[in-house]
Design a protein. Structure first.
Length: 342
């Protein structure tokens, strides 16, 4: 059996570990794994090649994806889905493993309904995919953000200033909440709950009264102020899936804090640094287990299914249940962080 594998959307620590796990399990059962180049774009162009053991044996520690990625959406192109099916036949593919987030797996779900033999693997550092307790890449991103918070604290304390650290999280504040708690942040904002910048300033003033000469504020990129409390610019550029390009709310909050408190405030936007680098041990193991299980789903003909982590077991869930509805931050976790606000 020839099994195609592609990685779509933003790169993420652990992608290569999934590919490696899938390769060795496919090899064990006498199957060939074909690496599709640059996500769905590769299937639109019939661009792929068989993976060899020397390609994958040492990639578990490597960030990014050795087969490339893109944000191409076949359903935005005339006859795109038809072209994908035709190219799968042309390349001799019996099945496809799609590794990605809500957008990539949303495409996989639509293709499965058209009869394509496809299974999914959940990937997003935002941890916002339904039906799985964790997605790989999240743990590494949190560790990266936490380390950054630890580092800017030294500067904040040395200069008696406030530091705003903006982390990823378009719709869900998992990274902000976890990294903020782990990094002992003094305030955290998340997309799930609009913030009032005056509450942040009040917390900062209270900390100064107690003798603390700096504050750390962790901001999720998708955070929004309560209506009428602060002016922000709306993003205008969108990608192939209609997502507005974010980034900048941290700077806006920092400027507002400095204006209202008179205390020097700076912002660090971590951006793509959260996506790259060596995956954590947790992500390496989870990714490997996902890759192995994905090949088992192919073997069983479980089309339209996605691998998922539930109660520390790797299970199969319908792609349809996993996409289209975001897994937002557990507010119990966010409420726990509020104990430290001021």
């Amino acid at each position: 059996m020839k099994i195609g594998v592609l990685t779509g959307g933003g790169d993420c620590p652990g992608l290569n570990a999934v590919i490696r796990g899938a390769f060795f399990n496919a090899k064990k059962h006498g199957h060939k794994l074909i690496g599709i180049k640059n996500g769905w774009a590769g299937l639109m162009e019939a661009n792929g090649a068989p993976l060899k053991i020397e390609d994958v044996q040492h990639i578990i520690t490597k960030g990014g994806t050795i087969i490339g990625t893109s944000r191409t959406n076949p359903f935005k192109t005339p006859d795109g889905p038809k072209k994908v099916q035709e190219n799968m036949k042309k390349m001799g593919l019996d099945a496809l493993i799609a590794i990605g987030g809500d957008d990539t797996l949303g495409v996989a779900n639509k293709l499965a309904k058209l009869g394509v033999h496809v299974v999914g693997v959940p990937k997003t550092i935002d941890n916002d995919l339904c039906c799985t307790e964790f997605t790989f890449g999240f743990d590494t991103a949190v560790n990266t953000a936490t380390e950054a918070i630890d580092r800017v604290r030294d500067t904040a304390e040395s200069h008696n200033r406030n530091m705003v650290v903006e982390v990823m999280g378009r719709h869900a504040g998992w990274i902000a909440a976890y990294a903020g708690i782990a990094g002992a942040a003094d305030y955290i904002t998340v997309p799930e709950e609009p913030f009032d910048v005056e509450d942040i300033c009040r917390a900062i003033r209270e900390q100064r009264k107690r003798g603390k000469n700096y504050s750390i504020i962790v901001v999720s990129e998708g955070s929004l102020p309560k209506e009428g409390t602060m002016k922000v610019e709306d993003g205008k550029e969108v990608d192939a899936f209609g997502h507005v390009h974010l980034g900048g709310i941290g700077n806006a909050i920092a400027q507002e804090i400095e204006k209202r408190t008179g205390i020097q405030t700076r912002c660090d936007i971590l951006g793509y640094i959260q996506r790259g680098g060596v995956p954590s041990a947790f992500d390496r193991v989870l990714s490997t287990r996902f890759g192995i299980k994905a090949v088992e789903l192919v073997r069983d003909g479980a089309w339209g299914k996605m691998v998922a982590l539930q109660a520390n077991k790797i299970v199969a869930v319908p792609l349809e249940d996993a996409v289209g509805k975001l897994k937002l931050l557990d507010m119990e976790t966010y409420n726990a962080s509020k104990v430290f606000f001021g």
